[in-house]
Write a protein that binds this ligand. Structure first.
Ligand code: FES
Length: 277
């Protein structure tokens, strides 16, 4: 069938977009705003965190404040013979670690996988690092797309299992924060406790606002009225889930602040501001 010059194929968009494929435009995008700012900030933020966390975890130094029992999350749980006295809350059942091996080797890889497979972080680094696509209405440089159906991206589908492990690690962090209410003479707390507890609360916020958590709690329920408790929990998690992106970034900041504070106190650069004890 042919169309006259005044007729338009109903499957085509006026701007030249067919039912599939991209707009037929010469440039990469028609956007004139600074669409590249967000992916650039994402690259800078994530790179800073990875370099900082990697350097601190590998340093094996200044991770424990003996007077107040502060333990940085980057060295928790400390379970090897390399741990300084008092910092091994769960025993030293692993041998001494050579230099550069993170003391929290049992947990850090899983935390990394939990964040790497997070639905929000996926969006962030697919855009920022792989430019796939870098922003809405900006063409990506790749010629094909296989989604998360092949190795290595198929591992993204294991996110719910990393969520389970993250819950256990959050319990460990919570235990560390409780043990830190200590002074050389017994109970006590200072600014370090405020930072540790805030960090733990934010970590729980990030962990429980996970999309997988939301689905685990009530994703398969067809009739909410028959499961009022799970429904209430799902409502709360859904509310937090709307802030998941913010929690993803805030917890990066809180982890760095917590670790930096404990590192500085441990190194004797600053003193802990004590309120009691
Ligand atoms: S979706 Fe982000 S932690 Fe699960």
């Amino acid at each position: 069938m042919t169309t006259s010059p005044t007729q338009r194929d109903p499957r085509s968009h006026p701007a030249g977009v067919g039912t599939t494929g991209r707009a037929r435009i010469a440039g990469r995008t028609l956007r004139t705003d600074r669409w590249w700012v967000e992916p650039a900030l994402t690259v800078a933020g994530l790179m800073f965190f990875v370099v900082y966390a990697g350097a601190r975890a590998a340093s094996q130094r200044n991770y424990w404040v003996d007077d107040y029992h502060y333990l940085t999350p980057f060295a928790s749980p400390c379970v090897s013979a390399s741990c300084v006295p008092g910092s091994a809350h769960f025993g030293e059942f692993l041998p001494e670690f050579p230099p550069l091996i993170p003391l929290a080797i049992l947990t850090l890889p899983f935390l990394l996988l939990f964040r790497l497979t997070c639905y929000y972080y996926r969006k962030a680094y697919y855009r920022a690092f792989w430019m796939s696509p870098p922003a809405c209405a900006v063409a990506e440089p790749h010629g094909s797309y296989s989604g998360e159906t092949r190795f290595p991206l198929i591992v993204q589908n294991a996110h719910r299992y990393f969520f389970y492990i993250a819950v256990l690690i959050s319990l460990v962090n919570t235990y560390d924060a409780i043990l830190a209410f200590h002074s050389p003479t017994g109970f006590g707390f200072g600014l370090g406790n405020v930072i540790l507890v805030t960090n733990v609360v934010l970590l729980w916020g990030y962990t429980l606002s996970c999309h997988s958590c939301r689905h685990i709690v009530a994703g398969k329920i067809n009739t909410f009225s028959k499961h009022p408790v799970r429904y209430r929990a799902w409502q709360q998690i859904s509310r937090m889930n709307g802030r998941h992106m913010q929690l993803a970034w805030v917890t990066i900041a809180s982890l760095i602040i917590t670790d930096a504070y404990i590192g500085l106190v441990s190194a004797g650069v600053i003193s802990d501001l004590r309120f009691i004890g």
